[in-house]
Design a protein around this ligand. Structure first.
Ligand code: 5GP
Length: 208
């Protein structure tokens, strides 16, 4: 009985964190995977809750030891998903949600065909710029880097299965909850989860 892997991507400032936090409060059987990063901690962030903040030496060491499910350089810093945590949760039947950039999502796509890929897009580029400016977490240089990167990230949209256009936060939360629940209710997944293949003449669509 394996859990489902949900992969969420979208440009910086689009509202991923707010959508994910509220969704996880509503849906209890999905856990968030906390990433490692070399980016400096922001004042409101908590070690182990938002990220594991590590230095470049430690991060490279973790790459060497194959401790990441995926990793990427995003806006000039390293970010990576700890492999052990995700694999253990999935094996134990817990679903896991990743908030990672598009490069990382592409890497995961090559490894987990069965994962669910969701892109969160802004209603417009101007809205994205305004949100990033209002958030006030980036200096001017980083803000412009993130906006430049956003253009590239949007070009990856066709690789994803679902898209949520975050115009209105509550609506986006409802949409993410709907996607999560709909995936849990797919016949193939229910048959897998409950081990019901033997009750169906055609094996219940089991892939060997
Ligand atoms: P921020 O610095 O704003 O927290 O995150 C910047 C970007 O890095 C976001 O797009 C976020 O999705 C991405 N990110 C966070 N963790 C990971 C990770 O483990 N792997 C990858 N590839 N991207 C990540």
């Amino acid at each position: 009985m394996k859990g489902i892997l949900y992969v969420i991507s979208g440009p910086s400032g689009v509202g991923k964190t707010s959508i994910i936090e509220s969704t996880l409060k509503k849906i209890k059987n999905v856990v968030f995977s906390v990433s490692c990063t070399t980016r400096p901690k922001r004042p409101n962030e908590v070690e182990g809750r938002d990220y594991f903040f590590v230095d470049v030496v430690k991060f490279r060491d973790m790459i060497e030891r194959d401790e990441f499910l995926e990793w990427a350089v995003v806006h000039n810093y390293y970010y990576g998903t700890p492999k052990k945590f995700v694999e253990e949760q999935i094996e134990n039947g817990k679903s896991v949600l990743l908030d990672i950039d598009v490069q990382g999502a592409m890497t995961v796509m090559n490894k987990y065909k069965d994962a669910v890929y969701i892109f969160i897009a802004p209603p417009s580029f101007d809205v994205l710029k305004q949100r990033l400016m209002n958030r006030g977490t980036e200096d001017k240089e980083n803000l412009y880097r993130r906006l430049e990167d956003a253009k590239k990230e949007l070009s990856y949209i066709p690789n994803f299965e679902y898209i949520i256009v975050n115009a209105q936060l509550q609506e986006s939360i409802d949409q993410l909850c709907s996607i999560i629940v709909a995936e849990q209710l797919k016949v193939k997944r229910v048959i897998d989860r409950l081990g019901l293949h033997k009750f169906f003449e055609n094996g219940g669509g089991k892939s060997e």
